[in-house]
Design a protein around this ligand. Structure first.
Ligand code: TYD
Ligand code: MG
Length: 458
């Protein structure tokens, strides 16, 4: 379709779906009332939008791989180990990183801490805020610590100005807080709309690649769909990090969901303290804090988050139901998976749980989908049902199949080592994995081939 200058398109504010006409329901994400008319930037306008970067790259020639030199300096450490890990070893020069997360989760705090560390290391950093005034940033900075003159602050929402400042000051790292407040003069729709967010990101990407600056973009995720979700930009940026966690709990998890320069699956764990975010180098210890002693329905399992084992407590509560249809509820794990495990327990062990309410909770607000926690969930349910506590020094690992068999899990050695490190005395693992852990001394390892054998240990 040829686009004239005043062309308008309907964009879904939730998923970015484009449509030539208005629709009540978005065919992309099935949300209602999310399509909003926006003017699109076309042809001649687009060139101005890109700020002449295209012109500078006019004599761009194809290169061969052996001609491209990589400097050692290409990764810049943020001074925060947990963040470096998620980024795949540090910030890549000229990369564009999106940090998403619910409002108030700590995105601005984390990035200001990164700014501080980088500025302290003598790098030029520019922090652009479209949300807070200089005074407010100063208040936050006071809580975090000392800053030096390498960090420059700018309160600005106009992209043209930001672009000029970057061109003038040539910082190495730029933070844009947040993309939803930025607007491009050429785009007529409101800041936060899909076309604005998309246009702003594309300008920032050109800047990052053109000037070799590393740019971090903050993006809010809202459920209402009034603000364009950062999902629209996920495909445009190099790296996407999500900051998760219960806003009421003190710890936060930074997860990489896309990374052109490293592995995803890695997580960083932080704790929100009075003076900014603190790294949690040993998350298992942190997660098991406050585990009740000799309580029925509580089991410790080991889940792998990327290359890291994390020990987590699973709690189950099974009690007699007062209503016709028993209630089943899960927090932090897959509801259907728990129902399936209960069905396996009923059928294979003959436990009559059909008239019982069941609640399964992963403590600490973690969300785990890994099948390796199946056996732990099953044992927690049985422990609560029989009202018999599981030994405090016991850790349970294993996937459960439909016929009640306990199946092998990956990276069993790492998991058992982590259990040993945290002082667990017994480890229940799938029988088929026994061979791989026989070298690990100092912890009793019990191999089970089906759920019945595991449950008999309670
Ligand atoms: P913030 O970084 O503003 O969140 P976001 O940018 O993701 O919206 O963090 C907000 C919360 O963090 C706020 O509720 C206050 C709290 N906080 C602390 O508990 N300690 C601190 O040192 C700081 C700076 C913030
Ligand atoms: Mg913020």
């Amino acid at each position: 379709m040829a686009k004239s200058k005043n062309n308008t398109i309907f964009f879904c504010q939730n998923c970015g779906y484009e449509s030539a006409k208005w629709l009540g329901q978005c065919p992309g994400c099935r949300e209602w009332n999310t399509l909003i008319e926006e003017t699109v930037v076309t042809g001649k306008n687009m060139k101005q939008t890109m700020g002449g970067i295209g012109a500078r790259n006019a004599q761009n020639k194809p290169s061969i791989l052996s001609d491209i030199s990589l400097q050692e300096e290409d990764r810049i450490s943020t001074g925060i180990k947990e963040l470096d890990r998620v980024l795949g070893g540090g910030i890549v020069a000229g990369s564009l990183t999106l940090v998403g997360g619910d409002p108030g989760i700590g995105k601005s705090t984390l990035l200001l801490q990164v700014c501080r560390n980088l500025a302290m290391a003598g790098r030029e950093v520019l922090y652009v805020s479209g949300e807070e005034s200089l005074k407010q940033i100063k208040l936050r900075a006071n809580r975090i610590g000392e800053f030096n003159e390498h960090l420059k602050l700018l309160c600005e929402t106009g992209l043209q100005n930001i672009q000029e400042t970057i061109q003038r000051n040539k910082p190495e790292i730029v933070i844009i807080d947040s993309i939803q407040t930025m607007y491009h003069e050429e785009v007529s729709s409101a800041p936060g709309s899909v076309s604005q967010v998309r246009e702003a990101t594309s300008v920032l990407m050109q800047l990052a690649k053109g000037f070799n600056v590393s740019i971090f973009i903050v993006g809010h995720v809202t459920k209402e769909g009034t603000v364009a979700g950062p999902r629209v930009l996920e495909h445009m940026v190099d790296t996407v990090l999500y900051f998760e966690g219960d806003r009421n709990a003190s710890y936060r998890i930074l997860r990489g969901v896309k990374n052109r320069f490293g592995s995803t699956n890695e997580i960083g764990v932080f704790e929100m303290a009075g003076d900014g975010l603190k790294e949690v180098p040993n998350p298992s210890e942190f997660m098991l804090n406050g585990k009740p002693k000799d309580a029925s329905g509580s089991v410790v399992v080991c889940s792998m988050e990327g290359t890291r084992p994390i020990l987590i407590e699973i709690q189950a509560l099974v009690c007699h139901s007062n209503f016709g249809i028993p209630r089943r509820q899960t927090t932090g794990t897959d509801f259907n998976r728990v129902n399936l495990l209960m069905a396996v327990l009923e059928k294979r062990l003959g436990l009559q749980m059909g008239n019982c309410d069941a609640y399964v909770n992963i403590t600490g607000g973690m969300k785990i989908q890994e099948p390796a926690i199946d056996l732990g969930v099953a044992m927690a349910i049985v422990s609560s049902f029989k009202n018999r506590a599981i030994d405090d020094g016991m850790l349970v690992i294993g996937e459960v199949g439909l016929s009640g068999e306990v199946r092998a899990v990956s990276q069993i050695q790492t998991r058992v080592q982590e259990a040993k490190k945290l002082g667990f005395t017994t480890c229940v693992i799938p029988k088929v994995c026994l061979e791989s852990v026989k070298e690990i001394k100092g912890i009793q390892v019990i191999g089970v081939s089906n759920v019945r054998e595991a449950v008999d240990l309670i």
